[in-house]
Design a protein around this ligand. Structure first.
Ligand SMILES: NC(=O)C1=CN([C@@H]2O[C@H](COP(=O)(O)OP(=O)(O)OC[C@H]3O[C@@H](n4cnc5c(N)ncnc54)[C@H](O)[C@@H]3O)[C@@H](O)[C@H]2O)C=CC1
Ligand SMILES: O=C(O)CCC(=O)C(=O)O
Length: 433
């Protein structure tokens, strides 16, 4: 499956960002560029994809434990509201920028449409290093950020969720602050909450589960046996660790893992449960005694069948794409592959299962949580996992069939299916006044 080289033609020339081709927003533009020629008359709405609907930058001041006042820059971007309320996570990271959040929100729009959820796309973030803040400081920053973005979020407007360095506790603080500000307990304003506050069973593991389920289906199609398959994973947080557990449980061998602190390798397969325990106590896979040290770049050249980037954007560069030995890349992270690397992987016959389908398990179960909160009727974990499996495999097989029919890469096929739905909705809504 292949298509043409990436060279952005369409650009919205926004005054507030100047993306580089390999930056997250530049990557997103190159991906859209590739599908607009297939949109027919709907392409007249291309600006809907190339411009975020709403961009909010907020100053988040808090008092530190020392008594000092600190200011953090926060963002909430609603890329599209054409198919429903905004939906997408909130990231805490020292490298968060407006441009990154724009790209992440746009990928949410595409993801939600690719799996046909009734949402637009949004994302938020605060530029901070959570390791440098106490739990009390994190709570203060979360509550103040929620109040600042409170003017644009809400259960029918835009529903945040966890992403990198945020979790169920962060969502509980957000839900409580929003509820206090509007004067009513509003569980549906965020998803990924603790179960006791209207959270859904299965949400914590949902993204990793979706990566495993889509990976399993892709492996079947590519005739890569699960039993004994060698797997490498970058990122051992919520997504990477849960995906690792499911692959190991199904007979695959997780031989290489890398996180922000270092890498570990064991050709017989790492003990995933012991590694998870090690990360809980030490904060990183570094120093794990059940494997050898694996160098930063050696991770990308590891002899594996499947490689799973589950950390940050832009990790599979052109140089790393030349080194990869895997047959299949499962994009658990958002935007892990730069456009030039996509072309190299395609020319080397390496299949890339794109983020917008591969990591959609999280937002699918967030959708279930939102629905359960509205009806105050909660489902069993078994029911949730079955419904997740059905939606994600149905979406994957539809996209795969589209790719086979038109000779698209899986990324282009997923974008074609999703963008058609987004632009169709926009077209049918029309312009007002
Ligand atoms: N949490 C969720 O439900 C969803 C997350 N994602 C995406 O999955 C990815 C991971 O998210 P989470 O697991 O939630 O975050 P997390 O905060 O739980 O874990 C992040 C992991 O990435 C590692 N990491 C950070 N910088 C790194 C670097 N420079 N090199 C190697 N590893 C590095 C960290 O050590 C950690 O293991 C992100 O791209 C996120 O946007 C996508 C869909 C949903
Ligand atoms: O669960 C959600 O609403 C969004 C998760 C997310 O941020 C993502 O899929 O990248």
């Amino acid at each position: 499956m292949a298509d043409t080289q990436h060279s952005p033609v369409y650009s919205a020339n926004l005054s507030y960002v100047s993306p580089k081709p390999e930056s997250p927003w530049g990557t997103y533009l190159a991906q859209v560029d590739r599908v607009l020629p297939y949109m027919g008359d709907l392409a007249r709405w291309s600006g809907t994809l190339l411009r975020p609907k709403r961009v909010l930058i907020v100053d988040v001041p808090i008092q530190l434990d020392s008594g000092e006042i600190a200011h953090f820059e926060g963002y909430r971007v609603q890329h599209s509201l054409s198919r429903g309320p905004g939906k997408g996570g909130v990231r805490y990271h020292p490298d968060v920028t407006l441009e990154e959040v724009m790209a992440l929100s746009a990928w949410m729009t595409v993801k939600n449409a690719a799996v046909n959820l009734p949402f637009g796309g949004a994302k938020g973030g605060i530029r901070l290093d959570p390791k440098m803040l106490s739990n009390q400081e994190l709570e203060r920053v979360t509550r103040r950020y929620t109040s600042e973005i409170g003017i644009i979020i809400g259960p029918q407007r835009d529903i945040p969720a966890p992403d990198v360095n945020t979790n169920a506790q962060t969502m509980a603080w957000m839900m409580d602050t929003y509820s206090a500000n509007v004067g009513a307990t509003t569980t549906g304003v965020v998803t990924g909450k603790p179960i006791s506050l209207g959270g859904s069973l299965g949400r914590v593991k949902a993204t990793g589960r979706g990566v495993f389920v889509t990976g399993r289906e892709a492996m079947r199609r590519l005739k890569i046996p699960m039993e004994g398959a060698r797997v490498a994973i970058q990122g051992f947080g919520n997504v990477g660790a849960n995906a690792a557990e499911l692959f190991a449980h199904s007979g695959a061998k997780v031989v290489a893992v890398q996180d922000h602190g270092g890498g570990v390798f064991n050709s017989n397969g790492l003990d995933v449960a012991a590694l998870t325990e090690h990360v809980l106590t030490h904060g990183s896979v570094a120093g794990f005694s059940g494997g050898e040290i694996l160098g930063l770049e050696d991770f990308w050249g590891a002899d594996v069948d499947v490689i799973i980037p589950a950390a940050l954007e832009g990790q599979i560069t052109e140089r790393r794409a030349e080194r990869l030995r895997a047959k299949l890349v499962l994009e658990a992270a958002n935007g892990p592959t730069v456009p030039g690397a996509d072309d190299i992987l395609a020319s080397r016959g390496i299949t890339v299962l794109p983020d917008v389908i591969c990591n959609s398990g999280g937002v699918i179960v967030s959708y279930f949580e939102w629905v359960q909160d509205f009806s105050s009727f909660f489902w069993s974990e078994e029911e949730i996992n079955l419904r997740l499996d059905k939606i994600i495999t149905g979406a994957l097989h539809h996209i795969w069939a589209t790719c086979e029919k038109y000779n698209f890469s899986l990324r282009t096929g997923a974008f074609v299916v999703a963008c058609e739905r987004i632009l169709q909705a926009r077209n049918e809504r029309g312009l007002y006044p």
